[in-house]
Design a protein around this ligand. Structure first.
Ligand SMILES: Cc1cc2nc3c(=O)[nH]c(=O)nc-3n(C[C@H](O)[C@H](O)[C@H](O)COP(=O)(O)OP(=O)(O)OC[C@H]3O[C@@H](n4cnc5c(N)ncnc54)[C@H](O)[C@@H]3O)c2cc1C
Length: 598
């Protein structure tokens, strides 16, 4: 690999999705102008741009037509009329959705900041869909008791990301597109910078900063069927964990009920929010049995489990019985073209079905990572269960765990979380820098470790193909650590992860070049998948209860006595995860734990 140079900024942000871009813009807005953002892909290809359905905030712009029930048609709320939504209700829905594992202080901040963040987007020129009188349009989403998803047709993430990216550029933020971060430098519990490969040249650089923020996104790519972009390989969580930072609640992985059959590509929850049905092979709307009140708009964990039960009991569709039908025909051509144009194109392109004419085959798909790098409500990363800060290190968005989603996230709360806590991290970073933060010294050349690691990978004459290892891992995670889990399967999953970690040592990188060595990057990504998958599986094995997206058939009940607590995993000296636990922040007088029924 060619030699490198040292690059210095006040602030380095890794990730150009909503969380990273908001943090960068907010930092610069507050007067700290020397901000560099690294992204392993073009910033506008960050997965935030793929979000379809909406971003939550209790704006109170629409309601169901009175007398038609909670699933009836929507109408605009006349000015001065009775409101149907509130931040209190948004807070309760989120807590209930989280199966009481979300920290209620953080959720309260999120629902309150939500309104302001949406108007800030609007004032920056974001093109939301509109009600006839020009207010921001809203639709229903699963687990929300009022229409609360603010949207731009079915390309909400695209318009939000473009808006915030433009603003970050306007404020002078410097973007490093196609720079792959491979190490985080922490000494004496304080951050010093990162090490990254410039993908174009192959040079490995040390980047020094007073503060580093990770907005590196989720890790759905550890599973075979996933809605996530190829880039969502959880690099940030694995890199932080390897640097001694803990990970929180990693066992909670969300499966979205409507991924395209065999592809996993998302059919937005907006399909059901707009009124779509789920049908089994007998033509039954089976959600009647599982969530008689909310039906298809129950939260995702519940709907995915219901689908999987129908499939496992032989009522699935398609030749192998592994699908379910999403039926939108009754919505009519006009509504589908206006509200769900992208979803329609995806169904036509990938399964050759036009939702206007036919039901679309779907199946549950790994979608969202509730766990991640633990932070406080200012994006400050914490080093242990007692809340000791990792000085100068911040995280937000899907890579982080505040935790607002607890054991299960509600749809549209994630674009919101990335925006709210990305912005808050930006404010906190600006304060930290303006408060006199220093560029701390480093011992030796911290980039040397990465250079050595890359050299070893390139020189390894091994016989294993990285792609085979990654595919086996994904199949294993889907089969043995998926929607339904039990001790036997989780033990199989753990043995397999250990076996693949061993085999990885014998992995061979075919491309020995330096420019655009995507083979090398895929190898580093596979290593990251193997690192955090172990934490997911071991955390799932330890947690002998069912809560939110973590469903143990051998422990089917939620167990508040023993498990109303967050999981914290550190990398031990033997390289294996070591677990401790942390209390959930609950407002016992306002939202005490209840049974979760829909
Ligand atoms: C198909 C789909 C639809 C969704 N729809 C919705 C929705 O309607 N509403 C909702 O609320 N949520 C939705 N979500 C979830 C939501 O989009 C994400 O959780 C959120 O956008 C994550 O934002 P982020 O900024 O944390 O990460 P991302 O947008 O994923 O950005 C991650 C960034 O990190 C960078 N990065 C990662 N690793 C490295 C590395 N090693 N070096 C350098 N850079 C790196 C990437 O280049 C990228 O810029 C959806 C998710 C998917 C997959």
């Amino acid at each position: 690999m060619p030699n490198s140079e040292v690059i210095t900024h006040d602030v380095i942000i890794v990730g150009a999705g909503l969380a990273g871009s908001w943090a960068a813009m907010a930092t610069a807005q507050q007067g700290v102008k020397d901000v560099g953002v690294l992204s392993k892909i073009h910033p506008l290809r960050s997965h935030s741009g793929a979000a379809q359905g909406g971003i939550a905030a209790a704006l109170n712009n629409v309601r169901p037509v009175p007398g038609t029930g909670p699933r009836g048609p929507l109408e605009q709320i006349p000015v001065g009329d009775e409101l149907v939504d509130s931040t209190e209700l948004h807070m309760f829905d989120t807590i209930k959705g989280s199966d009481w594992l979300g920290d209620q202080n953080a959720i309260e901040i999120m629902v309150n900041d939500a309104i302001d963040v949406i108007y800030e987007y609007e004032h920056m020129g974001c093109v939301f869909s509109r009600t006839p009188d020009g207010r921001i349009a809203q639709r229903r989403f699963g687990g929300h008791s009022a229409p609360r998803a603010n949207y731009a047709a079915d390309r909400t993430g695209h318009v939000l990301l473009h808006t915030i990216h433009e603003q970050a550029l306007y404020h002078g933020v410097k973007f490093y597109a196609e720079w792959y971060v491979m190490d985080l430098i922490v000494e004496d519990n304080a951050v010093r910078g990162v090490v990254a490969i410039d993908v174009l040249t192959g040079k490995i650089h040390l980047l020094r900063a007073k503060a580093v923020m990770f907005g590196t996104g989720g890790y759905g790519r550890a599973f075979k069927i996933t809605s996530n972009a190829y880039a969502n390989t959880g690099d940030g969580v694995a890199i932080a964990y390897d640097a001694g930072v803990p990970l929180m609640d990693m066992e909670f992985v969300q499966f979205h009920p409507t991924g395209l059959y065999q592809h996993g590509i998302l059919m937005s929850e907006a399909c059901r929010g707009e009124g779509g049905y789920l049908i089994n092979k007998n033509g039954e709307r089976f959600m009647e049995k599982y969530a008689p009140d909310k039906m298809e708009l129950a939260p995702r964990d519940l709907v995915s489990r219901s689908e999987q039960t129908e499939i496992d009991e032989g009522r699935g569709v398609m030749d192998d019985g592994q699908g379910i039908f999403l039926d939108m025909r009754h919505l009519g051509r006009e509504k589908i073209l206006e509200r769900l144009p992208q979803v329609r194109d995806i169904a036509i392109d990938f399964v050759h079905v036009d939702p206007i004419d036919d039901p679309v085959p779907i199946q549950p798909t790994a979608h969202y990572s509730m766990g991640g790098i633990p932070t406080d409500v200012h994006g400050q990363v914490i080093a242990d269960a007692s809340g000791t800060p990792v000085v100068g290190f911040y995280a937000a968005g899907e890579a982080a765990c505040v935790s607002v989603h607890g054991a299960n996230r509600l749809g549209t709360n994630s674009l919101l979380e990335a925006s709210v806590f990305g912005r808050r991290a930006g404010y906190a970073i600006a304060e930290f820098i303006k408060g006199g933060a220093k560029l701390l010294p480093v011992t030796g050349d911290p980039a040397e470790r990465s250079r050595q690691a890359v050299k070893e990978l390139l020189d390894n004459p091994g016989t294993e193909l990285v792609e085979d290892i990654a595919q086996e891992l994904k199949a294993n995670m889907t089969m043995n650590c998926g929607i339904f889990r039990d001790e036997e399967r989780l033990n199989i999953a753990l043995d397999k992860v250990h076996e693949l970690q061993q085999r990885f040592k014998n992995a061979r990188v075919m491309d020995k070049g330096s420019r655009f060595n995507t083979d090398l990057l895929a190898t580093l990504e596979a290593k990251h998948l193997l690192t955090f998958s172990e934490v997911i599986v071991k955390g799932a094995l330890n947690r002998t209860e069912s809560r939110g997206a973590h469903s143990r058939t051998d422990h089917p009940k939620r167990d508040d006595e023993d498990w109303l607590k967050h999981t914290i995993a550190h990398k031990g000296e033997d390289g294996r995860p070591q677990f401790s636990y942390k209390d959930v922040t609950l407002y016992w007088d306002r939202f005490p734990p209840q049974e979760r029924k829909y």
